[in-house]
Design a protein around this ligand. Structure first.
Ligand SMILES: O=C(O)c1ccc[n+]([C@@H]2O[C@H](COP(=O)([O-])O)[C@@H](O)[C@H]2O)c1
Ligand SMILES: Cc1cc2nc[nH]c2cc1C
Length: 343
């Protein structure tokens, strides 16, 4: 697995892209964040005329041993039930990917139950769920590395140049919150949220449980150790997918709190990964805003979303498409014969 991702610094290309954007028929800067998005897409794809091709939304699914501690508002079997729903076309991510013509793949990275082979499903199971990390490591180092390899191998098989991240896993906001706390140094109270909808008592119990797990794994400090001790199989698989996609210079669309945890681990291994990431939205999960700001990034949307699945990434897709088409199709002051700004 390659962890050294080159940074995208290309001042000449950045200047050419910015010039193209500035010559479009609009007051300077008037398309706001769509302009910076177009610049970013051009830099990732390494061209003044970027084309987004064959966008792939991948949902990484797995179960979490820590769900036995009552840290989620829903039971573990919802993971496999929602995978079935996604494949049958009835989940939010199924609807939004269909709406926008995005390819949808669901990956069983470690769902406790076995799922029958079927179209749209990839089986890349490093284990049948993680162990309860309040009692020991969530994954062995071997399982964790196998999951990372699965994610990288999967991306090499996907067409196109855009990867949209989604995930499904009951209790995975617990893993993501612990990763956030350990990677950022923020106290767990600022990282853990209500997830699928815990009440106040449930949230207190979750914070107490996660504090205990963090104390048990006090020694885990290096990114891959932290991931193995506290992470999830879907998160580890996403880490591999993100690193591979960054290496191949794909545009990576990051969804909510859990997909951010995978990107944060990947960025801890190789910071230039972040230059390839577009953050679709700021999740309503309470730690997400602080994490985005710690990472030094800004999300496109703020819609109160807290679903996961890649639903936010799919909703943000038309904005990426508009940024691409702005560069491609919008006239310039010269081509349209529009008068320039007053001197
Ligand atoms: O993406 C988010 O920001 C997000 C926030 C809260 C919940 N989720 C989804 O809800 C599940 C995890 O919530 P929980 O309460 O079981 O830890 C998992 O399937 C996620 O996809 C996702
Ligand atoms: C119903 C349901 C759908 C989900 N999609 C992603 N996480 C989820 C959690 C639940 C509980």
């Amino acid at each position: 697995m390659m962890f050294d991702i080159a940074d995208l610094h290309d001042d000449a290309l950045a200047a050419r892209l910015q010039h193209r954007i500035d010559r479009k028929t609009k007051p300077l800067g008037a398309l706001g964040r769509i302009e910076s998005l177009a610049l970013q897409i051009g830099l990732i794809l390494g061209t003044e005329a970027p084309r987004l091709q064959s966008p792939q939304l991948v949902v990484f699914a797995a179960d979490h041993g820590i769900s036995a501690q009552g840290v989620s508002a829903y039971p573990q079997e919802v993971t496999v039930q929602m995978v079935a729903n996604m494949l049958a076309g009835g989940a939010a991510v199924s609807v939004f990917t269909r709406q926008h013509g995005l390819a949808l793949t669901v990956v069983d990275c470690g769902v406790a139950a076995d799922i029958a082979a079927q179209p749209g499903l990839v089986i890349a199971k490093a284990a049948k769920g993680t162990a309860d990390c309040t009692l020991g490591r969530a994954m062995t180092r071997q399982q964790c590395e196998l999951a990372i390899d699965h994610g990288a191998a999967l991306v090499t098989q996907l067409p196109g140049n855009v990867l949209l991240l989604g995930e499904m896993g009951i209790a995975n906001t617990s893993s993501a919150a612990m990763l956030m706390s350990r990677l950022t140094g923020l106290p767990i109270e600022q990282c853990a949220g209500r997830g699928t909808g815990l009440d106040d008592a449930g949230l207190s119990r979750k914070v107490e449980t996660l504090s205990r797990a963090l104390r048990l794994h006090e020694q885990a400090r290096e990114p891959l150790d932290v991931l193995a001790a506290l992470g999830g199989l879907e998160i580890a698989t996403m880490v591999g997918a993100v690193i591979q996609a960054a290496h191949e210079r794909r545009v990576i669309v990051v969804d909510g709190f859990i997909t951010t945890s995978a990107v944060a681990v990947a960025a801890a291994l190789s910071p230039a990964v972040l230059e390839r990431c577009v953050f679709s939205h700021c999740s309503a999960e309470s730690g997400h805003a602080a994490w985005l700001s710690k990472l030094g990034v800004r999300a496109l949307l703020d819609l109160g979303l807290r679903l996961g699945e890649g639903s936010g990434a799919a909703l943000a897709w038309p904005l990426l498409k508009s940024a691409e088409l702005m560069l491609q199709e919008m006239a310039s002051f010269d081509s349209a014969g529009v008068s320039e700004k007053n001197a």
